[in-house]
Design a protein. Structure first.
Length: 169
């Protein structure tokens, strides 16, 4: 007899199922975290639910500062990108991207896309229509620094289409 009682067999089965569930849950959670080998210096943050409607794919947001200068660590899963958008200001304003891990893209309207790697800096003047996001095969992380200005606002525009994005290497 393999099990002394039915009760023991049921307990063993429930234990095995709970271990399977825990391992699957852990694997799912690990899939949604930036790979450790990218050595991002800041925590990934939570799913970017505040701006989800302006992204294709999953992104994560970790607000680092909101006083004086707004700084956020933004993590993009592979192929994730934000919509075209413009940072408006009547004086000053704009955005600075400080690339901290992975590989991504930045593009201004009517200009070719620029590949981004760890250590790259992008200075985006107010009024510039642009988008940024991860490469198809890489996670991408940058700090987003909102440049102080007068009457700052963001205008979210159309998505970067799959046709546009898939032309990138």
């Amino acid at each position: 007899m393999l099990f002394p009682t039915i009760k023991t067999a049921v307990r063993m089965s429930l234990f095995a199922l709970s271990m399977l569930f825990l391992s699957l849950s852990s694997a799912y959670a690990d899939e949604n975290k930036i790979p450790a080998e990218l050595n991002s210096p800041f925590a990934q943050g939570e799913p970017n639910t505040r701006y989800v409607q302006y992204f294709i794919g999953n992104s994560y947001l970790n607000r680092l500062s909101s006083k004086g200068v707004s700084i956020a660590n933004v993590t993009f899963e592979p192929a994730c990108r934000n919509n075209w958008h413009i940072h408006h200001a009547t004086k000053g304003g704009g955005q600075i991207l400080l690339c901290t891990a992975g590989r991504g893209w930045y593009q201004e309207w009517d200009k070719p896309a620029r590949e981004l790697k760890t250590g790259d800096v992008v200075i985006i003047p107010a009024g510039t229509k642009h988008w940024h996001g991860a490469a198809k095969d890489s996670w991408f992380v940058h700090l987003s620094v909102e440049v102080p200005g007068e009457n700052n606002s963001n205008e979210w525009l159309e998505p970067v289409t799959d046709e546009e994005y898939n032309k990138l290497p």
